[in-house]
Design a protein around this ligand. Structure first.
Ligand SMILES: Cc1cc2nc3c(=O)[nH]c(=O)nc-3n(C[C@H](O)[C@H](O)[C@H](O)COP(=O)(O)OP(=O)(O)OC[C@H]3O[C@@H](n4cnc5c(N)ncnc54)[C@H](O)[C@@H]3O)c2cc1C
Length: 485
């Protein structure tokens, strides 16, 4: 039977990122992925010259770990930065038309998007008391601090468009952690932003939005080919058995069963699959995982001749509040965002439908999806002809809904894991859905495992690297933060 330091179940970006941080430090890592290809939800497809994304289309980064990973994987040269035209604007659907969304406090107060009453309510924000509640929904938190208009016109479409969630159910602490932290620390969001600006408090790296040449699959392919990572596709984990100082795991594999012995196991699958795997170890943990709901999302990619679109497409795209659009939550102008997403003289518009707002969309056929998408887009971007390329991607369980008392559920999961040493849960229902958060959380779990005991292979790599650099090497993990999970 093969022995590995760490077995990772699930070859999506969460599993691959954890694998990369561990392998970089010298641990032996095996990744089991049930499908024939790695990447999970992430998949870039070139169709008729248009580069489409099935899930993540870009990384919005402000974390130094992500910068480090991109640099060390050699992906820096494959990065494509957001084009300057797309930086200019984000649009919001308002009274049947696209209106530029104000991005700064001053512009926000002056914007015609809000009524005079809404603006006065916004200005009252610094004088609003904290509710003292840890379990407020996004709707409760935003209405209390900024008023109902900001919720309805800005925050509801943001939660629906970026997280497929429902602002009435989404946990404010889970999905708006930075705004909630500003209230907790300074008593006000506006005051907090101002104080941070005056003190020039910034994150350790600048914010940037990027993708890669060849799309997000480039990141997946690079991580899965890293030396030290043994990726086995077509392997479905079926059983986890605890041993005296490690784990025995069994998968159904293309040529029968595969069983490996591992010191640590990271389960990097969506919550329902994780629940099935841990049920025999801890039923309470399995129940907590089963309680995490998911929302479906359908994506309609439309490739159109530039001349057939009257709108200048001078921004990232638009978000649609539920009062304005029943099924379509947002539309990204991919060819404005990044180069080479559409052939010359063409544009690529990507629409997102469904989510918690309109679960019925999952049952629509292609014709109905196209009708709804074009009916919504036609007047907004002045569409004069039908698309020449259409691609539809469907996710039944696209994103975990960070709904209800989510933080309490996460704390309970962490508490259960304390009793199962060597088992880790690392996927997008824990710590954020974005690729940025996935890469950063992979760093945290790797640190945790590396700090758990002495690893001879890590020591060996450290000695080799020190010798190769004439004794001057700084071992990568020396510079990392203490482990916290
Ligand atoms: C439509 C959409 C748009 C998005 N846009 C963005 C964006 O622009 N920017 C951004 O940062 N994020 C975006 N995201 C979020 C991001 O893409 C996802 O959160 C992330 O890709 C999820 O990665 P994951 O590894 O946690 O899960 P997954 O991708 O679901 O991977 C889990 C893997 O586990 C495997 N698996 C399951 N069970 C088993 C088993 N028993 N044995 C072995 N393998 C198993 C699955 O096959 C899968 O490959 C978007 C998501 C969606 C759906």
């Amino acid at each position: 039977m093969d022995k590995v330091d760490v077995l990772i179940i699930g070859g999506g970006i969460s599993g691959l990122a954890s694998a990369w941080w561990l392998a970089r430090s010298g641990l032996s890592v095996e990744v089991w992925e049930t499908k024939k290809r790695p990447g999970g939800k992430i998949m870039s497809t070139l169709q008729d010259g248009y580069l489409t994304e099935r899930a993540a289309a870009m990384v919005l980064n402000f974390r130094p770990e992500v910068v480090e990973l991109v640099r060390e994987t050699g992906l820096e040269s494959a990065k494509t930065a957001r084009l300057p035209t797309a930086e200019a604007r984000r649009y919001l659907l308002h009274q049947g038309r696209l209106k530029a969304l104000p991005m700064r406090m001053g512009a926000m107060v002056a914007s015609p998007l809000w009524s005079l009453r809404g603006k006065l309510r916004l200005l009252a924000e610094p004088f609003i008391f904290s509710s003292g509640r840890a379990d407020e929904s996004v709707s409760e938190f935003i209405t209390r601090r900024l008023g109902h208009e900001i919720l309805e016109k800005a925050m509801e479409p943001f939660i629906a468009g970026t997280l497929a969630g429902d602002a009435n159910q989404a946990s404010a602490a889970a999905v708006l952690p930075r705004l909630v932290a500003l209230e907790q620390r300074y008593g006000s969001i506006g005051a907090g932003v101002l104080i941070n600006r005056i003190l020039r408090r910034r994150t350790a790296c600048t914010t940037e939005t990027f993708s890669f040449r060849g799309g997000m699959s480039t990141l997946v392919e690079t991580l899965s080919k890293t030396s030290g990572i043994n990726l086995r596709t077509g392997h479905t984990a079926e059983e986890l058995v605890r041993e005296q100082d490690g784990w025995l795991a069994t998968a159904s594999a293309p040529h029968g069963q595969r069983t490996v012995s591992a010191c640590h196991v990271i389960v990097a699958t969506p919550a329902p699959a994780a629940a099935a795997l841990v049920a025999s170890l801890d039923n309470e943990l399995a129940e907590l995982l089963r309680g995490i709901g998911y929302a479906g999302v359908t994506i309609v990619h439309a490739g159109i001749a530039r001349g057939a679109v009257g709108h200048p497409l001078d921004g990232t795209g638009f978000l649609a509040p539920k009062g304005e659009s029943a099924a379509l939550t947002g539309n990204l102008w991919m060819s404005t965002l990044f180069p080479d997403r559409a052939p010359p003289g063409k544009v690529l518009l990507t629409s997102y439908l469904g989510g918690a707002r309109a679960p019925q969309v999952a049952d629509w056929d292609d014709e109905r999806l196209m009708d709804e998408t074009l009916r919504t887009l036609r007047p907004l971007v002045d569409l004069k002809a039908d698309p020449e390329m259409v691609r539809i991607d469907r996710h039944q369980e696209a994103l975990p809904a960070y709904h209800g008392a989510y933080q309490a559920r996460m704390h309970a999961i962490t508490a259960r894991l304390q009793h199962i040493p060597g088992l880790h849960l690392e996927a997008n229902y824990r710590g954020g859905v974005s690729v940025r958060d996935r890469l950063a959380c992979g760093h945290v779990v790797a640190n945790h495992i590396l700090g758990a005991r002495q690893w001879p292979s890590v020591e060996r790599k450290r000695r080799e690297e020190t010798a190769n650099s004439g004794g001057k090497a700084v071992y990568p993990m020396d510079s990392m933060d203490p482990a916290t999970e």
